[in-house]
Write a protein that binds this ligand. Sequence first.
Ligand SMILES: [Zn+2]
Length: 142
Amino acid sequence: MKKEIAANTKEAGAKREYRKCLLEGCNEDVSDRLNKKFCCDGHKNVHNNQIKTRELEEIRKINIALKVNRRILKRLLGDDREVLTTEKKLTGLGFNFDFSTHVIISKRKKHKFIFSYNYGYYNTGYGKYKIVKSFYGDEMPE
Ligand SMILES: [Zn+2]
């Protein structure tokens, strides 16, 4: 008899597995409904706002890196049309090669220009980089 009760309890437990509210830190059981994820609307809102905040923070960090890159390229280029610099100088100023806004391949020489907004560079080899300002149409370097 005792054994039977134990088996029934176990079976019931398997059908209704404990699931907790998705909000971090909330341990409220939400297993009473199959698709229920949160214990209340308040926790759903807090959870969704936390995700949004984390995403904005991620984007904010990338935007800062892009702006720093742009500022460095702009400063090194000055009023010149193009300028040759070194990887060492760029990284020394805080340039981050991991971030860029877009890439343009020049038509003839197939240089790969990597941009941070309207300032870009391409690798000329041997640790050197040519910096340019954004170009359009026939202003495109060869
Ligand atoms: Zn909750």
